[in-house]
Design a protein around this ligand. Sequence first.
Ligand SMILES: CC(C)(COP(=O)(O)OP(=O)(O)OC[C@H]1O[C@@H](n2cnc3c(N)ncnc32)[C@H](O)[C@@H]1OP(=O)(O)O)[C@@H](O)C(=O)NCCC(=O)NCCS
Length: 452
Amino acid sequence: MTSETDTRPAAQTETADAAAHLVAPVNEASRARLAGNGLDYRVVPVDGEGFAPWLQVVARGFQDGERSDEQVAASRERSGYRRVTGVYDPSAPMAESPVATIASWIGQLTVPGGAALPSCAISAVTVAPTHRRRGIARAMLEGELGAAVSSGAPLAMLTVSESTLYGRYGFAPAAASASWRIETKRATWIGPRPEGRVDFIPRERLRELAPALHERVRLRDAGEIDVPGSHWDGFAGTSPTAEKAGEKRAVQYADATGEVRGLAIYSVKENHDDFTKASVRVGYLLAENDDAYAALWRFLLELDLVAEVTADELSVDEPLRWMIADQRAARVTIRDHQYVRILDVVTALEARRFGAPGVLALDVADVLGHASGRYVLSVDADGRGTVSDWGDGGAPEGAVEVALGIEELSAAYLGGVSLATLAAAGRVRSTDASAAARVLAWHTAPRLSIWY
Ligand SMILES: CC(C)(COP(=O)(O)OP(=O)(O)OC[C@H]1O[C@@H](n2cnc3c(N)ncnc32)[C@H](O)[C@@H]1OP(=O)(O)O)[C@@H](O)C(=O)NCCC(=O)NCCS
């Protein structure tokens, strides 16, 4: 069977973590807890008979329609990268269909400074309405976090349907996203006009080019992850599960030497009342450099017969804001997006770079116990941190003391919120929140351009 991992670069996916995670058994504590309620918690082989009913239950859980055989086959073909798990009720009339679902894989999360760390991505969390509020989701989430720890992942991450679900497991919104609605006739382009050219390309060509281009840029922004191939099919409309594929238009930006440096996919909705006021929805804009970014956005904002451009999952600090004459032409809505949960404080902190030198004595509380402890983070003049055990005594001379939960440390980890802000919100206690904030700060906003 073709698996998703086949299409992704070996360096990012062929880690022991990722491979071990795919075949790991379900977490024993969660299995026993669910078994005590007459439920069977098990891994579902993607190439087995259980996959189709599992997928139908996920679709139902997210209020989607029934999947056709062709769509099931396409999903199966693209699901080799993830570990698929279900909870079954042997007493239900459709006992072959799970009453709850979850999937996870070890992805690569970019952290401040340009390193990527293995991070357990969790998705497809559903519990059937017939079995809700009996602790099934909690058992599965605690189970997947346990499996992530066993696989050696220092982090876990997810995107969410509701903001209120995952704080209780230690997840926090760590990278916000911005949705833009731009009145194009009012915006007026004042940004650069690069020398390269923008051309239409077939959607299939965009699908071919996007993975390698994204691999070249994803370490630039904290919060981004390696994108599963199925997502590129979704953006490009090249799989049977893609919605409104025929409406998608693809363009590339090539620099003066002919090298492709950027891609964009968008769809146009005609306005029958006024043909000069169509609206454009940007599906994905991928730019390897500033020229590609400027050229593609200018192309989209200057389309004839278009009055409005909308785009989601943008950064909260887009250069685009400074490329239009009238900033009020854009209405920007900010939303929590990439959730992160630190599982291993030492590995997580030592992998990122910091905004300023300093010594922080961190007293971290974790309701699930994975990351609880007292740590001393020492950051040198180059922004590199080392973590040692604080022990039971007082804080080291000159250290700033910070007492916080794993949720708050995870929220600040990518640099998306200042520790001073969290202290002002009563979420963190510190002997000097401003100094602690300077250490944990990062100079660019974290972002994530996909859902998963
Ligand atoms: C959200 C969902 C997975 C919860 O499943 P569940 O089995 O009913 O949840 P549990 O009974 O295990 O509840 C676990 C905890 O979450 C809380 N909770 C559950 N659903 C909640 C909701 N919608 N809003 C706020 N809290 C919620 C419970 O009160 C419980 O809290 P506690 O353990 O701290 O006391 C389920 O309602 C569902 O499938 N919803 C539709 C699909 C969806 O939104 N999935 C999430 C995708 S990110």
